[in-house]
Design a protein around this ligand. Structure first.
Ligand SMILES: Nc1nc2c(c(=O)[nH]1)N[C@H]1C(S)=C(S)[C@@H](COP(=O)(O)O)O[C@H]1N2
Ligand SMILES: [Mo]
Length: 408
């Protein structure tokens, strides 16, 4: 009988019990709530309701009820939100695994259902555990493996989050009161189905086990958090982000997402006599060479790049033409509208992006020609790239070829 995982005697760890499960559960209650909120906020930052170009989940329906025009202040808003989302998610992995370990006897408990209510509870647990694993696995794969699900990561992670969070809320409502009661007791006084009837001798105390889990989390935190900083700190980010191109040193020596070579940008098409920026608006189309752009009024802005993958740079010193000045060139003198930005890049999900009127109007929003006092490097978007305060990296289109102003 004890050979079968469905018999309680099969599970021998003396650590299992209501207290350990409750302690881990309370940590996840707070942590996963933060993950859900920062995830929804990150989704809003893409301005998915602005244009189908920005929207990876056009069928979201009422799940987009909370969307709002993404602001441009404070300029580090996306950097903070996404750094928190990804770093916290990675840090919670050991806690999630320990929590699942602590309740594993219940997965095998027989009979499968004692009543209709019990059957419903077990189905909701399936959604809870399946949803948690799905969200953590898709999140980590997206960071580590460079978009293993081309174009569909956002879709999977977004819908998965709603299914998971619905089950999570139901579970939290049912279990939190008992979990808090369990934590106030130091020992498992009440008999719990999690307590092994034939425990092995302990090799570590329950507190020791918690320290072990916490140590794992701390290790992951210490090897991830550096991705949001520069210099020596970034080198501590051993686990993040995925390999990427070495940005080298000097003015352009900050994190590169996709290189020019990867994006299929050839030097011949960015050369001074070949490249023209095509700007279209109310009054028609204007074509500008890079030299002509450089003779327009130039402005500077200190802004970071902050990627959905969680990494970010500190503020870089960008210099270029204000987006609202470009809008004025094609007939929008003091009422800049939305803009569709398209790259020279021919393939890939990030070759174009739409920016909202409030982003165009911000005086710090630039079509940058220079960074940190030098021409943009090919990998950072030469001849010209977008940089907008508080926006996710994806909206900072590189190798810009065409800008179409007008209400989208
Ligand atoms: N054309 C184009 N622009 C792009 C991308 C891209 O793949 N193609 N990647 C975006 C993403 S996801 C990020 S995070 C930033 C990164 O900019 P950086 O490589 O200069 O740091 O560029 C954005 N602009
Ligand atoms: Mo990104």
């Amino acid at each position: 009988m004890t050979r079968s995982p469905s018999s309680p005697g099969f599970w021998r760890s003396p650590l299992r019990g209501a207290w350990l499960t409750s302690a881990l559960g309370v940590v996840l209650l707070g942590g996963i709530t933060v993950l859900f909120v920062t995830g929804l906020v990150s989704y809003a930052a893409y301005n998915p309701n602005l244009s189908p170009v920005n929207d990876k989940t056009p069928d979201k329906g009422i799940l987009g009820f909370y969307l709002f025009p993404w602001p441009t202040d404070p300029h580090w808003l996306y950097r903070l939100n996404q750094g928190l989302h990804v770093t916290l998610g990675i840090t919670l992995i050991p806690v999630l695994l320990a929590k699942l370990w602590s309740v594993i006897p219940r997965l095998f408990a027989l009979p499968p259902a004692r009543s209709l209510a019990h059957a419903l509870e077990r189905i909701s647990l399936l959604l809870l555990v399946g949803g948690a694993l799905f969200e953590f696995v898709t999140g980590v794969l997206n960071i580590q493996l460079d978009y293993v699900f081309p174009g569909s990561f956002y879709t999977l992670h977004f819908y998965g989050a709603w299914v998971f969070f619905a089950a999570f809320v139901a579970h939290a409502v049912l279990k939190t009161p008992a979990a808090l009661r369990n934590l106030r007791r130091l020992r498992d006084e009440e008999p719990s189905d999690l307590v092994s009837p034939r425990p092995d001798p302990p090799t570590v105390s329950r507190r020791g086990a918690l320290w072990f889990v916490g140590g794992g989390s701390l290790l992951l935190f210490a090897t991830t958090a550096g991705q949001s900083f520069d210099g020596l700190l970034r080198r501590t980010a051993l686990l993040a982000p995925h390999g990427g191109a070495d940005p080298g040193g000097g003015p352009s020596g900050f994190q590169i997402n996709k290189t020019a070579a990867y994006a299929g940008i050839h030097a011949a098409e960015t050369a001074e006599d070949a490249w023209r920026l095509v700007v279209t608006g109310r009054t028609g189309t204007v074509r500008l060479s890079r030299a002509q752009l450089a003779r327009l009024p130039l402005h500077s802005a200190a802004l970071p790049i902050a990627c959905v993958e969680g990494w970010s740079t500190s503020d870089q010193w960008w210099r270029g033409v204000r987006l609202r000045d470009l809008a004025a060139l094609v007939g929008y003198d003091d009422d800049p509208p939305d803009v569709l930005v398209e790259s020279l890049q021919r393939r890939g999900a990030f070759r174009r992006a739409a920016l909202r009127a409030n982003q165009v109007a911000d005086p710090r929003s630039l079509l940058a020609l220079y960074v940190n006092g030098e021409d943009l490097s090919p990998d950072h978007g030469f001849p010209a790239r977008i940089i907008v305060p508080a926006a996710p990296g994806v909206l900072n289109t590189k190798w810009v070829a065409r800008m179409t102003f007008g209400d989208l």
